[in-house]
Structures are given as C-alpha cells and as structure tokens.
Write a protein that binds this ligand. Structure first.
Ligand code: DGL
Length: 280
C-alpha cells in the first residue's frame, strides 16, 4: 500500500534512521549532500556492490534488486527511503511506491524540477546511464511539469568508470567528454542534468566541454533538499541530541567500496559491513 501521510497521525519527530540505497558507491554523492544538509539524521546506506552496475541492466532485474534493497533497509526500521541511484529511480521507484507503505524519494523528480527552474531557453540536456536514458524517466518528469521544454538525452556510460578510476583531469576523459557532449553543445542546451550518481565527480570537465554558461544540475544536491523538505512535512525529522550514526552495508567484500567511496564522499568511511542481499 502506498505511503500516505494523511493516513497516519503526524508524529512530532522520529529518530529512526533514513535508508539510502544505490547500486554501489555512486549514491554516496547523494549521501554526502544528505549528511551536509541533515547532520542530525541517523543513516543506513546500502550499496549493492555485489550486483553492480545497474546502468546496463533491464527494467525487470533493476526492479527486483530494488525491492530486495528496500526489504533490507526495512529490516533496520528506516523511516524514509532515498533511492540514490538514477537507474533504480527510473525503473523501480513507481513500483516501490505502490508496494511499500513508507515514504520514498528518488533522484529524478528533484533533478527535473531544478532543470526547469534553471533553463532560460527551454532546452535541457540530460546525461545518464543507458538504462536511465532509454527509460526516458527525466524526459517524462520534465514534460509532466512543462510540455514546452525541449529535452535532449544522451547515455554516457564510460563516465561511470572514469569517475571510479579517479580519471578526473586526464586528457582521455576530455576526449570522451567531447565525443559524448558535443551533440548537446550543438543543440545549444543551456541546462544539463547530471542524471547519474557518478557525474558530479566530473563536473569540471563536463562544464569545460559544455561551456561555462551552461548550468549543471546536480541531482544529488536537489534530492537532499527534497528529503529535508519531506521529512519536515511528514514530521519525521530527528530532533534528539547526541551524535547521529552512519552505517554502511554492501553486498560484496567492502575493500573496493571503501577505497572508491572515500573519493566520492571526500572523507573517511568507517563501519562497513557485508550482508547477504539474497536473504531479503
Ligand atoms: N548508480 C548508477 C546511476 O545513478 C550508476 C552506476 C550503475 O550503473 O550502477 O544510474
């Protein structure tokens, strides 16, 4: 049954953790913004590293994985779930909302809304994984709000590996960016949605390629703002004093998650445990 704040009496506060999931480390860009904006919240982060990546997978598989991830988070009595993966948000969010009685937020809607606000000429570019782009999730979310917008979308799968490898300032990354983004430059988009968890790490090269005047929409940042807004509306903020906890769970050995994740989070990651996602 979908969550409805009206169906339950509005609480004053809720100290249960926020749940965040992604296909792996990428969602840490979203988690980072949530930690900054909501430092008082307890957080359980799940990175599905054992089944990463989601980007090239089909809708049915991503839906199944996403449900298992939600089941896992619910075992920790989370009060709210952030689908911090663009591919999972594109394919699975609507189904999750139907099937679970818990508020869920994805990264697509906040990014789409911010892009419409930012554009001056009504031409918006969207880049993401193959799954996100072929699902047309951003295009639909933008057109639901404003039919007049022109949306140009391009999958940029190699950006994911470049970000994970730390290829931030390499010539090779610039060449690939030219290849991917030149069609969007030609379309004269004035706003570009970074529709993948990994792309904020490549902001500099993307901005250089698109032209400094093109506004880059960081879905991670917009999503964190939306999470805060909804927690307030639903009466779910944690008001308790005392240090909040942040716990990380993964579905494969934690080493690589910690190594790459620290680049994404720009900080130390402690408390990472491996779990068996097939049990959920
Ligand atoms: N987290 C994914 C996304 O935002 C990118 C990595 C993957 O392909 O799993 O779409």
């Amino acid at each position: 049954m979908p969550y409805s704040p009206k169906s339950s009496a509005k609480p004053k506060e809720n100290a249960n953790p926020l749940g965040i999931f992604d296909s792996g480390v990428g969602g840490l860009t979203v988690a980072k913004k949530i930690f900054e904006l909501l430092p008082n919240e307890n957080v359980i982060y799940f990175g599905d590293t054992g089944r990463y990546p989601y980007g090239p997978r089909s809708k049915g598989i991503v839906k199944k994985f996403s449900s298992q991830n939600v089941n896992f988070l619910l075992s920790y009595k989370v009060k709210f779930i952030v689908v911090a993966c663009n591919t999972a948000s594109s394919f699975a969010l609507a189904g999750l909302r139907k099937n679970y009685d818990i508020p869920l937020v994805g990264v697509i809607e906040p990014g789409a809304a911010a892009a419409i606000k930012a554009t001056r000429n009504g031409k918006i570019g969207v880049i993401g994984t193959v799954g996100t782009i072929y699902s047309k999730a951003y295009q639909k979310a933008i057109h639901r709000r404003n039919r007049q917008m022109k949306v140009y979308s391009i999958p940029c799968p190699l950006f994911v590996s470049l970000a994970e490898e730390g290829y931030i300032n390499k010539d090779a990354t610039q060449l690939i960016a030219n290849e991917y983004l030149n069609p969007l430059v030609k379309k004269q988009v004035d706003t570009l949605v970074l529709g993948c968890t990994h792309y904020p790490l490549l902001k500099k090269v993307i901005s250089r390629t698109m032209g400094e005047k093109v506004k880059l929409i960081d879905s991670a940042e917009e999503t964190a703002k939306e999470v805060k807004r909804l927690l307030k509306i639903y009466g779910l903020l944690r008001n308790a004093k005392g240090q909040a906890f942040r716990r990380f769970y993964v579905s494969d050995v934690p080493n690589k998650f910690i190594e790459v994740g620290e680049k994404f989070l720009k900080g130390k990651i402690r408390d990472v445990k491996r779990i068996d996602i097939d049990k959920h």
